[in-house]
Design a protein around this ligand. Structure first.
Ligand code: GLA
Length: 336
């Protein structure tokens, strides 16, 4: 059972930004304690998998929205917003997108892949716009995900190979055409360490903006570790925000690299505290902070890494208290 007598995260941060969480529709029934924790603490949802291309269009032309709609219905019922994730990625996208229909061993042509991309994006955005109308809780979409590789080059994906680098601007244009009310994001990992990928993201978004591409923001996934450097995170947020775009923290978690000793949990708490102090200080840029999972037992990272604010029994960890109310936090969080 969950702790009902502790502060709701979203209320604690209500003057700053919504606090979101990635969810799976199979756990969104009220009897499941994960759903109870979700409803208590969060006011924004993102589908962990249910809105990815392989979930929404497993075979060409056959769109399946049931799981995605469950999350949207839940968000509406609980007065939450949503982020859409994601319209284009190199993972969790079915092979058929890239295949020549008459001979699957051959690649699709550029024109066909662009047409399929447009159909996918338009159908998905139309669905939520039409089905939910003014109730639609989705405020924006990760239009493209992880398009940069670790060296900061455009990832050598099938999107790049078949279409060329302009697949990115096309995706944004299709999304804007389909639903101009949506905020459109480029989302990526490892752009919070003020390194080569941060610079590459800066250069790419600068170029897109100069070309008039309808892009509103940068999603910083922020899969970080307890050894991450807060000064680099601050510099990265400020550098990317200087382009005049919104920043959303889209997939936050903090890997403990297998050491879940008490000392390590306190170290995690201290870094979470520094991180949220930073986010609060940068609130003019940051329009959402989203955790990648509700509790450690359902994280994509294996259990010994305990990356979230609630443990595998759904109880608040030192990291929770560190960002919510330092008065109640274990004293060592402040000192060491
Ligand atoms: C990437 C994706 C997410 C999720 C994570 C972890 O960051 O954007 O959707 O799949 O990897 O698996």
């Amino acid at each position: 059972t969950i702790q009902n007598d502790i502060p709701d995260l979203y209320s604690v941060f209500k003057d700053y930004f919504p606090i979101g969480v990635a969810v799976d529709p199979s756990r969104l029934n009220d009897a499941d304690p994960h759903a109870q924790l979700t409803a208590k603490h969060f006011n924004m949802l993102v589908a962990e998998n249910a809105m990815k291309p392989e979930s929404l269009q497993p075979t060409e032309g056959n769109f399946t929205f049931d799981n995605a709609d469950k999350i949207v219905d839940y968000a509406i019922a609980h007065n939450m917003k949503m982020r859409g994730h994601t319209l284009l990625w190199h993972n969790q996208v079915p092979d058929w997108f890239f295949q020549d229909p008459s001979d699957p061993s051959k690649p699709a042509s550029r024109d066909l892949l662009l047409q399929r991309l447009r159909t996918h994006i338009t159908t998905v955005l139309d669905h939520f716009k039409t089905k939910y109308g003014s109730q639609n809780p989705i405020i924006g979409w990760d239009v493209v995900n992880a398009v940069l590789d670790d060296n900061g080059n455009l990832r050598n994906s099938k999107w790049l190979q078949i279409i060329g680098p302009d697949y990115i601007e096309k995706a944004f244009e299709y999304a804007h055409e389909a639903d101009p009310s949506m905020k459109l994001f480029i989302n990526d990992y490892n752009i919070e360490n003020n390194g080569v990928k941060t610079q590459a993201m800066y250069d790419l978004v600068k170029k897109l903006k100069n070309e008039g591409v309808p892009i509103n923001g940068i999603g910083m996934q922020m899969h970080i570790s307890i050894n991450s450097n807060i000064d680099n995170i601050k510099a990265s947020i400020e550098k990317l925000a200087s382009l005049g775009v919104e920043i959303q923290v889209t997939e936050l978690d903090m890997n403990m690299n297998g050491d879940v000793s008490n000392d390590a949990l306190l170290k995690q708490a201290r870094l979470y505290k520094q991180l949220f102090d930073l986010f609060k200080a940068e609130k003019q840029y940051i329009t959402a902070v989203v955790f990648w999972g509700v509790s450690d037992d359902v994280s994509w990272l294996s259990k010994p890494n305990a990356p979230l604010l609630f443990d595998s029994k759904l109880q608040a960890k030192p990291a929770y208290w560190a960002i919510v109310d330092l008065g109640k936090a274990i004293p060592d969080i402040q000192s060491a």
